[in-house]
Design a protein around this ligand. Structure first.
Ligand code: NAP
Length: 494
């Protein structure tokens, strides 16, 4: 029988916002044996990888930052990627987390040892790391996916994904093709448009837009934020309420959603005034809020530039000289940029996870789900941050991650004080909570179109169906009755 885990050791995979929040919580609990395995050469996660020009958060930084590490000197409402990365690195340093990060350690597989009740993570170079608790914090958006197009391999020019930007390639004067018009593309298209000789933007589906004013803060405003007590708090609260109202629009497409649609419509019509053909091409044909509503004030003006063309004709194939659309036209191209997003719905965690009765991949073959997005039956001592159904269309993922880290800390605390060998969610609890969660999607805009939120069966597997406040309430206090404890050699009362 395994030993009791009175002083559990913890292995976290990924040093992004989630992994760092988790390590901070565990340190608060007094857990000293915490290791963070990170594939990259430093912390940051998505904010280390996504360095494309124009990369920034698209909700204000007062909310896109930890509640316990509020900064008052953000340069503008939605901070650019270098500022966010520097912030996260600073938090990791201030909280004593940096020394726990083992960089250059992509995890290939994790195996459960039932005799010891431990997890062992293995890297491709054969290093192994063993701990009592395993917390993958690799997020939903870690595996970039290129467009799968006929003939792509024959392309004679350069191509790359937006999450692996080729800063060594000079795009000045080149003929560039951007495939995709999602949240990433709307940020980098205006930057590329300003330097490319010609830019073709390939759109498969139109989007709903809302404005994003992101000028640097005026000095007077910065002074107020820095010197007036409570200003920062008020602003964070205002942004929170606004984003909850966005969710209200998605949850109630026939009422509140209509008023949001009217705002988007007015804004888009204004940006597209005098350009009826572009308006027709760009206009979405699905319910407002079904796909992520994009905050940008610069994307549509970029499409109106002389050197930019929006291509809505489907792509037939790629040939060495460029891209051929379904109408037979060849669009000569030097560089293809894939703005085509990430493998999210399969939750293809970038490693194999082998539990007591099989792999997590197999357990999720019929569609991923986890109690509160965090814990999966028959995977003891395993907690997945930013797991199934914990993405947000309206709020800040940082708020979810912070709350998740605090919940997992409570689970580790329960394990430690119970004297058990392992802790796992009861299957009936996970089944019931998944059914209740899926039922909450009924009548919402999310069900009105196809999107990356849905798996092949149509189930929404990425997003939380309610408000951020609901999620925070759901995970605030761990209910020990929802968990089963595996006895150790010397069990103690919980
Ligand atoms: P995305 O939202 O999944 O967008 C991918 C785009 O590529 C869509 O326009 C999609 O069209 C298109 N596409 C995919 N495959 C294609 C194909 N074979 N041919 C033509 N078009 C194709 O990806 P993303 O823009 O990288 O954003 C992913 C997520 O990252 C966002 O939803 C958001 O959560 C996050 N993000 C956040 C920020 C931020 O500011 N905080 C910035 C960037 C990204 P369809 O719509 O037709 O599928």
């Amino acid at each position: 029988m395994p030993e009791p885990k009175t002083h559990p050791s913890v292995l976290i995979i990924g040093a992004g916002f989630g992994g760092i929040a988790m390590a901070i919580e565990l340190r608060k609990l007094g857990i000293r044996d915490v290791t963070i395995l990170e594939a990259a050469d430093g912390p940051g996660g998505t904010w280390r990888y996504n360095t494309y020009p124009g990369a920034a958060c698209d909700i204000p930084s007062q909310m896109y930052s930890f509640s316990f590490a509020q900064r008052r000197d953000w340069s503008r409402p939605c901070s650019p990627q270098p500022e966010i990365l520097a912030y996260l690195e600073q938090v990791a340093t201030d909280e004593g987390i940096t020394p726990l990060i083992v960089t250059g350690s992509p995890v290939e597989r994790c195996d459960w040892d039932a005799d010891q009740a431990t997890w062992t993570a293995t890297t491709p170079d054969g290093r192994t790391f063993t701990a009592d608790v395993l917390i993958p914090a690799t997020g939903q958006l870690n595996t970039p996916v290129n467009a799968k197009l006929k003939g792509l391999a024959t392309f004679a020019g350069e191509q790359f994904h937006s999450a692996r930007w080729r800063h060594d390639l000079d795009l000045r004067g080149r003929r560039v093709a951007v495939i995709g018009t999602g949240a990433s593309a709307v940020q980098f298209v205006p930057e590329v448009a300003g330097i490319a000789g010609h830019l073709d933007v390939y759109q498969r589906t139109g989007n709903w837009f809302l404005p994003r004013w992101n000028k640097p803060y005026p000095a007077r405003y910065r002074w107020l934020i820095e010197h007036v007590p409570g200003m920062q708090k008020v602003r964070r609260r205002m942004v929170f309420d606004l984003t909850e109202h966005l969710t209200r629009g998605i949850r109630n497409p026939k009422t509140v959603g209509r008023s949001w649609k009217a705002v988007s419509t007015a804004y888009m019509r204004w940006q597209l005034r005098g350009a009826p053909a572009l308006r027709k091409q760009l206009w979405p044909d699905y319910t407002w809020g079904c796909k992520r509503v994009l905050f940008t004030s610069r994307f549509i003006p970029a499409l109106r530039r002389e050197n930019v063309e929006l291509v809505t004709e489907p792509i037939r194939e790629v040939v060495p000289e460029g891209i051929v659309t379904a109408d037979g036209a060849l669009h000569p191209t030097d560089v293809i940029i894939h703005g085509t997003g990430f493998a999210s719905t399969g939750f293809v965690l970038p490693m194999q996870i082998n539990g007591p009765s099989g792999s997590l991949q197999d357990a999720w073959a019929g569609g991923p789900s986890a109690h509160l997005g965090l814990t999966v039956p028959d995977f003891p001592n395993l907690f997945v941050l930013y797991g199934p159904n914990t993405n947000t269309s309206g709020g800040s993922i940082i708020m979810y991650l912070e709350a998740q880290a605090a919940y997992v800390r409570q689970a580790v605390e329960l394990l430690a004080r119970s004297g058990a060998a392992a802790i796992g969610v009861r299957p009936e609890v996970a089944v019931a909570s998944d059914a209740a969660l899926q039922a909450r999607f009924a009548g919402t805009a999310w069900l009105d179109c196809d999107s990356w939120y849905r798996d092949q069966t149509g189930r929404i597997v990425t997003n939380w169906p309610g408000y951020v406040a609901d999620y925070l309430a759901a995970v605030r206090t761990l209910d020990p009755a929802e968990f089963a404890l595996t006895p150790s050699s010397t069990p103690q009362p919980a």
